[in-house]
Structure formats: C-alpha cells, structure tokens
Design a protein around this ligand. Structure first.
Ligand SMILES: Cc1ncc(COP(=O)(O)O)c(C=O)c1O
Length: 390
C-alpha cells in the first residue's frame, strides 16, 4: 500500500458488532471499570505486552493507541510512544537512555531548546556532551568510551544541513552500544524514515505537519528493537501521558498529510526559487534547490520536502531585517511550523552554534510556507523587501 492509502486506512480499530467508525471513537478516560478482578489482572501486562492495554488513562486510551499505531506505520518502527509536545518527546529520549557519566554527541544544528536542556538540566545531572558539526565527515574521531548516544536532526534547525543517517548509524554500530536518535520532524515520517537507515529512535513533533492546523501540541518517538521497551518503561515510570482529545486532533490531521505535505513543498520551492534570484538574498537554505550543498544527499535519501526553509539576507540587511518581517502582511510572525498558514521568524544563531562559525554572515529568516497561493506569498515578500529597502 502507498503511504497515502495507509494514512487513510490505518488505525481504525474495530468498535462493536464488527462496525468500524472511520475515526476511532474518542475515549476520554482516567478510569476503566473491569467486569471482574480476573479481567482486571488479565489486562495488566508488565513490559511491552502492556504497551497498548487499556487499563488506566495514564497508560493510554484506544484513541491514543490508534495514533501510536498510525505513526509506527508511517515511521516503519516497532512501536511509538506519545508525548505532550515535541520537546517533551526529546526530553523523554534523553532521560530514558542516558545515565550519569554517559556521553552524548549532538549535532550543532539541534533545535535550540535541546541545547538549553543539555546545558541547564542534564549537565548538572552528570551527562556529558559534545556538539559536532553537521559537516563532520568522521564522527568516530569524536566518540569516547562513554559515548552512549548520537543525537541528530536532519535537516538541522535554521541552517538546514542534512545528515547521512545511514553513515552515522554505521559508525555507531562499529563502536558498540551507541544509540542513534534523530529528530525527524521536517520529514514527519512522510518523506524520510530514519529507522529505515539504521537509527534506533525517530522523534517527530506532531505539533507541526502531523497535526497540521496549528491547534494542537504533540510529540512522538518511534523506536526499533529493544529501544521501544526502554521508552515504554520510562513513560510508565514518569507517568508521561497525552490527552485523548489531542490525539484525536492529530489523527484527524494525519489523515490528509499526503495531500498537505507536497502542497507545502510545491509552494516552498516556488518561493525559494524566487528568493534565490533576489539581490537582497545571500543564500536560500533549502535542500531541494539544486544549488544547495545538500541537494545530492536530499535527492538520494528523501522522497519529498517540507515547506520550511531559511533565507540568509546579505550583511547589509542586518539592521533592516525587522522592518522586512514587520512589513509582511500574509506571513505571520510566530514560532512553530507545519500549519496551513505561512510564518516568518528572524533567527539568531548567537549562542546556538558551538562548532560552526556563522558570525559575519547576513541575517537569517526562517520561512514556514503555508497553503496560501505561492504568487500571493511572493508578492507579499516582494513588497516587504521593497518597503524595508526604503
Ligand atoms: C525540529 C524541531 N523539533 C522539535 C520541536 C519541538 O516541538 P514542540 O513545539 O511540539 O515542543 C520543534 C519546534 O519548533 C522543532 O522545530
């Protein structure tokens, strides 16, 4: 089955008398009332056999299990756990697999709150880490005896460098028991699946394309092999749970991911190509553009693209970037991405890069291209650039 067909047909658990609502019923529950003690104890399995057993709301409901099933299929994994945000999903991965004394290699382009989590929370709990350049060609030289995980993101936040997950996973295997975790939010399991390339854990902020409508927060981690057991156990121990209503909203969004996602990409490519020709622009960081240094890797590994990229203006625009963004009328000014609406966000790399030196470069604006018509978005960008040039 093709991905779109799967998205439409997957995760429709049977309901009653063989009837199957196309949307799984929304089961809001803390408590489950069992018909007998025997039935109650039969439902309570330790370990991963209990991962989708409906025993108590904190352990999940049929609605949250349906979303887990759909994401597991999308990501080609062995199991998925849900979290109340993408950042919580990332935190859960780090807490589940790292112990005091462990060492972590983290890509320098990591989503900046993860850098904060490492520097302000995990460091004082004994986890050591080093950032590596997304352009590093030999990760093995950075691996230490205590290295337990390589944490990566492809493409990287803001500057959009791609990672060769297969090569990273191969290096990790060669050095023994090192896990590879990948933030896969840009692809959202749709056009790239890190587990197919040897990663152990794939993280998606469902807040973005899976939900797709800027009205819900969600995170997921899909694991392969034994990693799923540790992940599940950590959720049980920490009481990590998501609301049924939120899971239902994300399921509803995910049913049309295969229609929305390429529509974002078509518009993004048109806008990116137009921007690349503008004299105010030093570079457009978007792997689908043939001039991108990551284009060949993207073309060989991804079968699609998201509508998120960044534009680097020339250095002369350092003081005009706010006027440019303020001058936009169709693009909103806001965080997040993956929704139907276009957004622009100036991004400073100050404090957000430890290895690669971006100082002296022009200002960066991240653009989330929504589902408006590309010509309208281009006209909006043109008038804002003209207005800010003065
Ligand atoms: C690459 C990436 N990963 C994770 C997240 C976190 O997702 P959430 O906003 O649901 O916490 C974001 C949010 O912007 C992101 O850009």
């Amino acid at each position: 089955m093709k991905r779109g067909t799967r998205l439409v047909h997957s995760a429709r658990p049977p309901y009653a008398d063989g009837r199957r609502p196309v949307n799984p019923p929304l089961v809001r529950a803390s408590t489950v009332d069992f018909e007998s003690m025997a039935a109650m104890s039969a439902a309570q399995h330790p370990g991963i056999e209990g991962a989708q057993s409906f025993t108590y709301g904190v352990r999940g409901t049929p609605t949250t299990f349906a979303l887990e099933t759909l994401i597991t299929e999308l990501e080609n994994g062995d199991g998925t756990k849900l979290y109340s945000s993408g950042l919580e999903a990332i935190a859960a991965v780090l807490l589940a697999f790292l112990r005091p004394g462990d060492h972590l290699l983290v890509v320098d382009t990591v989503y900046s709150p993860v850098r904060q989590l490492l520097e302000r929370f995990l460091r004082e709990r004994g986890v050591h880490f080093d950032f590596y350049s997304p352009r590093e060609s030999d990760l093995s030289r950075l691996i230490k005896p205590a290295t337990r995980m390589i944490y990566t993101e492809t493409p990287g936040s803001v500057t959009m460098e791609l990672q060769d997950i297969a090569a990273i996973a191969e290096t990790a295997r060669r050095h023994g028991d090192i896990l590879v975790a990948c933030d896969n939010t840009w692809a959202s399991g749709f056009c790239y699946r890190p587990l197919d390339h040897g990663a152990d854990l794939s993280i998606v902020a469902g807040t973005k394309y899976l939900g797709g409508h800027s009205d819900v927060l969600m995170g997921s981690v899909t694991a392969s092999g034994n990693a799923f057991e540790t992940l599940h156990e950590t959720s049980v121990l920490l009481g990590l749970a998501v609301s049924t209503d939120d899971a239902a909203l994300v399921l509803r969004g995910a049913r049309t991911l295969h229609i929305r996602y390429p529509a974002h990409a078509r518009r993004a490519l048109a806008v990116a190509e137009w921007l690349a020709d503008r004299e105010e622009v030093a570079a457009v960081h978007y792997p689908p553009l043939p001039e991108s240094p990551d284009h060949a890797l993207w073309a060989s590994r991804f079968d699609g693209a998201a509508g998120l990229f960044s534009v680097e203006l020339t250095t002369a625009w350092q003081d005009r970037v706010s006027a440019f963004v303020d001058g936009l009328s169709l693009f909103g000014r806001g965080a997040s991405w993956g929704g139907f609406e276009s957004l622009a966000l100036p991004c400073s790399l100050k404090g957000n890069r430890s290895v690669d030196d971006w100082s002296g470069r022009g200002p960066l604006v991240r653009l989330q291209i929504g589902l408006e018509d590309a010509e309208d978005l281009i006209a909006d960008l043109a008038q804002a650039l003209d207005g800010a040039r003065g």
